[in-house]
Design a protein around this ligand. Structure first.
Ligand SMILES: [Ca+2]
Ligand SMILES: [Ca+2]
Ligand SMILES: [Ca+2]
Ligand SMILES: [Ca+2]
Length: 408
């Protein structure tokens, strides 16, 4: 795996909840110390930091708020590679739980410290594996709280839903399931005498505030004391990054690890260039398959640009705007249509990611339509708003002619 050797090697991939840090955090929380801005208390964490591949049953012990090991049916395993949320902003660690489609119902559970607060938040990732619907009973599966009548968040072949454990009281989230694509769930539980209230949020973005409106709400069951969760159903799926906390933010900790490919603690053009190299090497690494299509392509690079750098094609200095300053920068680098293969980076004009600065980069950038002609350095009257690759190229050449002599 290329990124492992080039990039991730400088950032340890171990769990953020090492025994010492977990203990300190828990102690701090118990004593009422501030353990982070707007952070209350992370009660439970399961990131599947176990040997892979291995049986899930028997894995784990008393750590990170969990009690005892996984117990139940043996048809669940630990598989290499953590799941990621669709925004790639959620902090993840370890491996993941995995179950291929099965010919019978099955369940495995893990206990945790009983929830004592009236409101709790649960977060986790689910990813359908193989063909939707494969396995017994329509291939349903999900995550559950198997206390009282129980709660289930899961699906089978269409949309993710929340329902009573074992069926009934189904509430459709409106979000479709897709094989091979991870979905992030947050369940807010308001635990009361009598029926409890559960709000389901699908694919919230870590770092954002709690949505005002839930994607599904369920108010017709009383689950009683909550002190364990389960993975259940015959469908094929992966599960990962389970957290329990007392606030929305607690269960969605943000990490820049997915964008910091070279491990220097910042996400910038150097990471983008590293990603370009990985894409050109075209060796699949799920940690940089940002659009989750099972391939490493220019689409992943676009995803990176927009989601991590908040930038568009052509924005060579990554200041959020594609303007004449970017054009001046790339032409001053002097690699436009030069004779040296694969020598150009993003800041040197290789916007389409093929390793060189050529006309195709200008066409690709201007065709996205983000060029701002009124930017500083070029009078709006002298540079009309370009709309085609050809005018873009003419604009670029005109700017070059105005800003620097031709390199000899
Ligand atoms: Ca994990
Ligand atoms: Ca991809
Ligand atoms: Ca710019
Ligand atoms: Ca190029």
């Amino acid at each position: 795996m290329c990124v492992t050797t080039k990039g991730y090697s400088t950032v340890s991939w171990k769990s953020p909840w090492s025994a010492s840090s977990w203990g300190a955090r828990l102690l701090g929380a118990m004593l009422g110390w501030a353990v982070g801005v707007a952070s209350a208390e992370l009660l439970v964490y399961e990131g599947f930091d176990y040997e892979a591949p291995s049986e899930l049953i028997g894995s784990g012990g008393n750590e990170s708020g969990l009690i005892g090991s996984w117990s139940g049916d043996a048809a669940f395993g630990v598989e290499a590679e953590s799941l990621f949320d669709p925004s790639f902003k959620l902090a993840v660690s370890g491996q993941r739980a995995f179950a291929s489609a099965y010919g019978e119902n099955r369940t495995i559970t893990r206990s945790f410290q009983p929830i004592r607060t009236s409101r709790a938040y649960f977060s986790f990732l689910l990813r359908p594996e193989g063909e939707l619907g494969a396995g017994a009973y329509g291939g349903w599966f999900g995550w559950g709280l198997p206390s009282g009548p129980g709660l289930l968040v899961g699906g089978a072949t269409s949309n993710w839903f929340i329902e009573t454990y074992g069926g009934g009281g189904n509430r459709n989230s409106g979000y479709p399931m897709s094989a091979g694509t991870s979905t992030l769930f947050v369940v807010r539980a308001d635990l009361r005498p009598g029926n409890d209230e559960f709000r389901l949020y699908v694919n919230p973005v870590p770092g954002d505030s709690e949505p005002l409106v839930a994607d599904a709400t369920k108010v017709d069951i009383d689950v009683g004391t909550v002190n364990r969760f389960s993975l259940t159903g015959p469908g094929g799926f992966s599960f990962d990054e389970f957290r329990v906390g007392t606030s929305f933010a607690d269960v969605l900790p943000v990490s820049n690890r997915a964008c910091d490919l070279n491990g220097d603690q910042v996400c910038d053009v150097n990471d983008l260039d590293l990603l370009t190299q990985e894409i050109l090497a075209s060796e699949l690494d799920v940690r940089i398959d940002y659009n989750q299509d099972g391939r490493l392509t220019a689409s992943d690079r676009r995803w990176y640009l927009r989601n991590f750098l908040d930038a568009n094609m052509g924005d060579s200095n990554l200041d959020g705007e594609f303007n004449s300053t970017d054009l001046v920068q790339v032409f001053q680098a002097g690699e436009y249509e030069d004779e040296v293969a694969m020598n150009s980076t993003w800041s040197e004009g290789d916007w389409d990611g093929d390793g060189d600065f050529t006309t195709s980069d200008l066409v690709a950038a201007f065709n996205e339509g983000h060029y701002e002609s009124a930017a500083a350095g070029v009078a709006a009257t002298s540079v009309p708003e370009p709309s085609t690759g050809l005018t873009a190229w003419l604009v670029a050449v005109a700017i070059v002619a105005k800003t620097r002599p031709r390199r000899v």
